[in-house]
Design a protein around this ligand. Structure first.
Ligand code: WT7
Length: 632
């Protein structure tokens, strides 16, 4: 199923558009099914109702584990590189991983988990996180992984939304020279979570934690009570595989739902093709399993293809900004898949961290999460790939399940800052505000997809209407991505960024409304408005305009308080980079905040604010401009 030439790509692409069912049916033949499908696809985008491989039965872990045992049982499935280079790395072969997944699956059963139950996972980047995820899939439980940087309140909201029965966590996590007290955070979260019956705790950092009798059990104790034989639960292709929460333009994160069959086919097919993965190669994705990139391209995609997936706990700059390059050299990494924010941050340290590092094993480079600027693209190409490794700039979303628009390594001619062309089966379309198709090349528009693909979301958990409203109602009969996009003279796609009220900070998606809600929880805050602005390393920074009338104490201290509030409510990733106290916000007569104006001010570009005559009180604009410039 690997495409090896550009001509072949063009042919396959045409076929995938002309005969999508035949195309995906034949791709699906490359996977293991307990029973084949009756029907490849039935769909409509109005409800929406999307079903792939209806009638088929499978278990994704048989595809990720069992099927490799005979031929590749002793091949490394996961290599784990710890936070500190002084600690040993760990290698799990497919045999070992299979055994541990089965064993832990039995632990889940022993603690009351059954097919269909939701299980929240809040863990550090250790092999046990992958084991926990796969063990859920083994027994047909639905995992909901929450990234280790989220606050107790964020976790509680997610647990309650999905009515999770179990939580899997660890005593703590390492992050550079910091330790994150995961179990303490979970304890805080669980105060408000009545559906949770059991909490399984892995020992990792060995910090003392409190264990609640009857609820909390140790991972290490539990695995002693079970054996390593666990039949894979038979799942319908459209049974839920996982929920992953993501931010949107309203305050509440949505639980994006992915199902077993289509997601597996899409993650596996795109992994194999985009990275041109070859047997025996070491593939290193620097993401956290807590994000969709980790789900699709650390766990399910690579393992379904029998790949060796290297995972890493820690940060690119600890103990030195050579950390990535040391890992590449040590494990002879062939593919490095990372984020523009990491590239820009490492670029900032100059060439010194690269001196004497052997990067000759690198064959393919990848980028994901946000637009990659040309400067970062060229640095990556020259300094890391030595101009010999194709860069795949992969555009996709939590909702798409897998990569959508991207070069295919060694096949698609690349162009700096372009995600290039749609993968087979993906039919992008650009539309104007009114939903009219913008045809031809050399045009800009809102990016939509007009035909289903196997990896697409099926619903938002517990609220199908919201799925319909967010993705399928803006434009009739189209899936709307929320991104703006350019299609250049060659028909190549360049994603220009979100066109809704969603920020992309260091590749993490953050809703402005969510941050505003958090800021407003501070007792002294009357109102706030949050916008993004260009940031050298993070891509976008968060700029908060805050009305805080009774400012008695120290302004700096108040700011710190507000940042702490945001950290407590959402997590440190949503902390504003700038806070400006103002006495009013620019609003229309109907009370709508004019973010366009605030964005201009945040960018420092006040030359052309556009028409402000429709504002309720045009004078506030002058005041905000003055305060913003005083601050600089
Ligand atoms: C948003 C999705 C997909 C995994 C990580 C993020 C932006 C993603 C690119 C890219 C330009 C990109 C888009 C998209 N984005 N990849 N290669 N070039 N922009 O997943 O949190 O669901 O965010 O990230 O704006 O809508 P996510």
């Amino acid at each position: 199923m690997q495409i090896t030439s550009f001509e072949q790509y063009q042919e396959v692409y045409q076929q995938s558009v002309n005969e999508p069912e035949q195309f995906w049916g034949s791709i699906a033949e490359n996977f293991v099914w307990k029973k084949k499908w009756d029907n490849v696809l039935s769909w409509n985008f109005t409800e929406p109702n999307i079903k792939w491989f209806e009638g088929a039965k499978l278990n994704i872990t048989e595809n990720c584990l069992d099927r490799h045992l005979l031929t590749d049982g002793d091949k490394p499935a996961i290599i784990w590189e710890p936070n500190s280079p002084e600690d040993d790395s760990v290698t799990l072969t497919y045999k070992m991983l299979h055994e541990q997944v089965c064993r832990f699956a039995n632990v889940l059963k022993r603690n009351g988990a059954q097919k269909g139950d939701r299980i929240c996972i809040y863990m550090p980047m250790v092999p046990e996180l992958a084991i926990a995820v796969l063990a859920c899939a083994r027994i047909g439980a639905v995992h909901s992984v929450v990234f280790g940087g989220f606050s107790a309140k964020s976790i509680a909201d997610r647990i309650n939304d999905a009515a999770c029965k179990l939580v899997i966590t660890a005593d703590g996590a390492y992050r550079g020279n910091k330790q994150i007290p995961l179990k303490d955070v979970i304890d805080d979260a669980l105060i408000g979570c009545s559906t949770v019956e059991k909490c399984i705790v892995l020992t990792h950092v060995r910090t003392p934690v409190s264990m609640l009798k009857g609820r909390d059990v140790w991972w290490e104790d539990e695995v002693k009570h079970v054996n390593n034989v666990c039949e894979a639960e038979e799942m319908d292709a459209e049974d839920l595989l996982f929920i992953l929460y993501t931010s949107g333009s309203t305050g509440k994160p949505k639980g994006v739902v992915h199902t077993c069959g289509g997601y597996m086919v899409y993650a596996g097919y795109t992994f194999s093709n985009v990275f041109n993965y070859q047997p025996g190669e070491v593939y290193f994705c620097t993401a956290d399993i807590g994000w969709i990139t980790g789900h699709s391209y650390i766990v399910y995609g690579p393992l379904s293809q029998g790949a060796t997936s290297l995972i890493f706990e820690g940060i690119p700059t600890f103990p030195t900004p050579s950390r990535f390059w040391d890992i590449v050299e040590k494990h002879k990494v062939n593919t490095l898949y990372t984020a523009p924010t990491a590239i820009r941050s490492l670029m900032g340290f100059g060439d010194e961290p690269l001196v004497g590092k052997d990067l000759s094993s690198i064959r393919v480079l990848g980028s994901v999460g946000e637009p990659i600027n040309e400067e970062a693209w060229h640095w990556f190409d020259e300094k890391i790939g030595h101009q010999k490794a194709p860069i795949v700039d992969t555009w996709w979303q939590t909702e798409t399940g897998g990569i959508m628009i991207s070069p295919i390594a060694t096949v698609t001619p690349t162009k700096p800052s372009f995600a290039t062309l749609p993968l087979p089966g993906i039919q992008p379309i650009l539309v104007d505000e009114n939903g009219n198709e913008i045809e031809g090349n050399g045009v800009n528009g809102n990016l939509c997809i007009k035909f289903p693909w196997p990896g697409m979301l099926r619903t938002t958990y517990g609220d199908h209407e919201r799925c319909k409203l967010t993705y399928f109602s803006t434009y009739e009969n189209l899936y709307f991505t929320g991104d703006g996009c350019l299609r250049d003279e060659d028909g190549y796609y360049r994603i220009t960024g979100r066109v809704d009220d969603v920020l992309n900070v260091s590749g993490h998606r953050i809703g402005t409304a969510e941050v505003e809600n958090a800021i407003n929880m501070h007792a002294g805050v009357v109102e706030s408005a949050v916008v993004g602005y260009p940031h050298d390393v993070k891509g976008q920074g968060i700029y908060a305009f805050v009305i805080f009338p009774a400012m008695h104490g120290d302004v700096e201290l108040t700011k710190k308080d507000i940042l702490q509030t945001v950290t407590r409510v959402i997590g440190a990733i949503a902390k504003p980079d700038k806070v400006l106290f103002v006495s009013g916000l620019p609003k229309t007569r109907s009370g709508k905040i004019m973010r366009r104006i605030l964005r201009k001010i945040a960018e420092g570009d006040i030359s052309n604010l556009g028409d402000i005559s429709t504002l309720l009180d045009p004078n506030v604009v002058q005041e905000i401009i003055e305060r913003a410039s005083e601050k600089k």
